[in-house]
Ligand binder design. Structure first.
Ligand code: BES
Ligand code: MN
Ligand code: ZN
Length: 491
């Protein structure tokens, strides 16, 4: 897809489809210009209430030969910045539905402020790129391809071009990162094995000048990762620990570390899951895929941060040599863990990765994991669960969630919950019972993150969609990239 940014005029525009803003019940100058060329048709439709007042409502018009362009999408852009962003995303969706070969967006003409124009271009392009993605890599007949080859972003004056350009770059990077996360998430478990994830990370590193190291079984044994290895034991696929490094910041700047859960298939192990929708447990590596997608976006943007990614990856399978309920394993940190349920395996692989990442002396550590069904019960599929041992870090993540429209809510880590993790036989148990299941899982992790500022994102409800539109969402790549863009330089 080719992007052009310049001031254009809708009445003279020969793109197949034009996107025009409506603000409330009035027409911005650029839309009024098209309205005049159409003899007042747009004004009539808006007065008649054919375009709903809710931001992001759209109405498609056939221009039937009156102009060079064939179609126009009217978008309700509301009166504030948030509404304008919602309009940009809705316009991108409507455009994907029409599937034209060329289009021009005039939305930036409705943005009053510099920052609004940049954010608008970003939101539009990000949505456009993610709308292009189809999960058809494993179909012999591909879905109808998206035809859009020429995309013009118009602005009111030449002085606005630079703002749109920076938004375009951010939108492209985010779209590419999210699509990588989705493609890896959607890949079936027989393709997307721990070895495959490691290869994908190595390829990403080659393409983006990152450092990538892949540790195998023997090295993990030497490191004493008894908890991680216990989960991996029941599978025919050998585990991997993937370590990625991106250096965009000053040499002495401590890195931000991202740790992603990479269970390429979670059967539950000996504590076998019920069969219904078990296929969805191929998505149990979406934390890992989020780390890779975030690295992809950060590298494309060239952000001035130092970043470390750590991905423990294996399968959770039942087998004669598999981990059993009642087994006690020794973590890399030295804490012994009584495994009361082999289906609580995410925390068992993450705890060793969280210990390992300490060697990078990270400024902050953020882990991303499809960790608990309880988080889905608490927050549904709308909101990611956030836990943190540091208020400033939690606040920075919540601010980034707001800016990126990647909804996130903080849940507590109060001391009282640790009672539920007591074991009669080991230092701690790997489950805390049904009450507050998302919290006790996070509390388990917190026992391994005392040496640094840490946040945990439970994405069990938000990393993928079930039902007819089943598939990985690419979340929370927008949240993490926004957090890293805001990350105070020099920290
Ligand atoms: N991968 C699952 C969590 C999950 C469940 C994600 C449903 C998305 C949808 C995790 O490994 C798991 O099985 N957790 C158990 C923990 C329980 C045994 C304490 C759960 O949530 O049921
Ligand atoms: Mn599980
Ligand atoms: Zn799992």
């Amino acid at each position: 897809m080719e992007f052009t940014i310049k001031p254009l005029s809708p009445a003279l525009d020969s793109a197949e489809c034009l996107i025009l803003p409506v603000t409330g019940s009035s027409l911005p100058a650029v839309t009024a210009e098209l309205d005049a060329a159409l003899g007042g048709r747009i004004g009539e439709l808006v007065t008649a209430g054919d375009l709903a007042a809710k931001a992001g409502s759209t109405l498609t018009l056939l221009l039937s030969g009156a102009l060079a362009a064939k179609k126009a999408i009217l978008v309700q852009a509301g009166e504030d910045e948030q509404s304008l962003l919602a309009a940009a995303r809705a316009a991108a969706r409507a455009l994907a539905g029409l599937n034209p070969a060329s289009a021009t967006s005039y939305l930036a003409h409705a943005a009053g402020k510099k920052s609004a124009r940049s954010a608008l271009a970003q939101a539009f392009v990000q949505a456009l790129i993610t709308e292009q993605y189809r999960p058809d890599s494993w179909k012999s007949e591909k879905d109808t391809p998206r035809k859009l080859a020429q995309m013009q972003l118009s602005c009111a004056k030449k002085g606005d071009i630079a703002e749109l350009e920076s938004g375009l770059a951010a939108g492209l990077a985010l779209g590419h990162g999210m699509n990588l996360t989705r493609e890896l998430g959607n890949a079936p478990g027989n393709v997307c094995t721990p070895a495959y994830l490691a290869e994908q990370a190595q390829q990403l590193a080659r393409e983006n000048g990152l450092k990538c190291q892949v540790l195998e079984q023997a090295e993990l044994e030497a490191l004493g990762m008894g908890s991680f290895l216990a989960v991996a034991r029941g599978s025919a696929q050998a585990p991997r620990l993937i370590v990625l490094e991106y250096r965009g910041g000053k040499k002495a700047q401590k890195p931000v570390a991202l740790v992603g859960k990479g269970i390429t298939f979670d059967s539950g192990g000996i504590s076998l899951k019920p069969g219904e929708a078990m296929d969805e447990m191929k998505y149990d590596m979406c934390g890992a895929a989020t780390v890779l997608g975030t690295f992809r976006a950060v590298a494309e943007l060239g952000l001035p941060v130092n970043l470390v990614g750590v991905i423990p990856t294996c399968e959770n399978m039942p087998a004669g040599n598999a981990l059993k309920p009642g087994d006690i394993v020794t973590s890399m940190a030295g804490l012994t863990i009584e495994v009361l349920n082999t289906d609580a395996e995410g925390r068992l692989i993450l705890c060793d990765a969280l210990t390992y990442v300490g060697k990078y002396q990270p400024e902050v550590v953020i882990d991303i994991a499809t960790l608990t069904g309880a988080c889905v019960i608490a927050l549904g599929h709308v909101t990611t669960g956030l836990f943190a041992n540091d208020d400033a870090l939690a606040d920075a993540l919540l601010a980034a969630a707001k800016t990126s429209d990647d909804k996130t809510w903080r849940l507590p880590l109060f001391d009282e919950y640790h009672e539920q993790l007591k074991s009669n036989f080991a230092d701690l148990a790997n489950i805390g019972g049904r009450p507050g299941g998302a919290v006790t899982a996070a509390c388990f992790l917190s026992r391994f993150t005392k040496d640094y500022r840490w946040a945990h994102l439970d994405i069990a409800g938000t990393a993928w969609k079930s039902g007819a539109a089943k598939g990985a969402t690419g979340r929370p790549v927008p949240l993490l990239v926004e957090f890293l863009r805001q990350y105070p330089a020099g920290k």
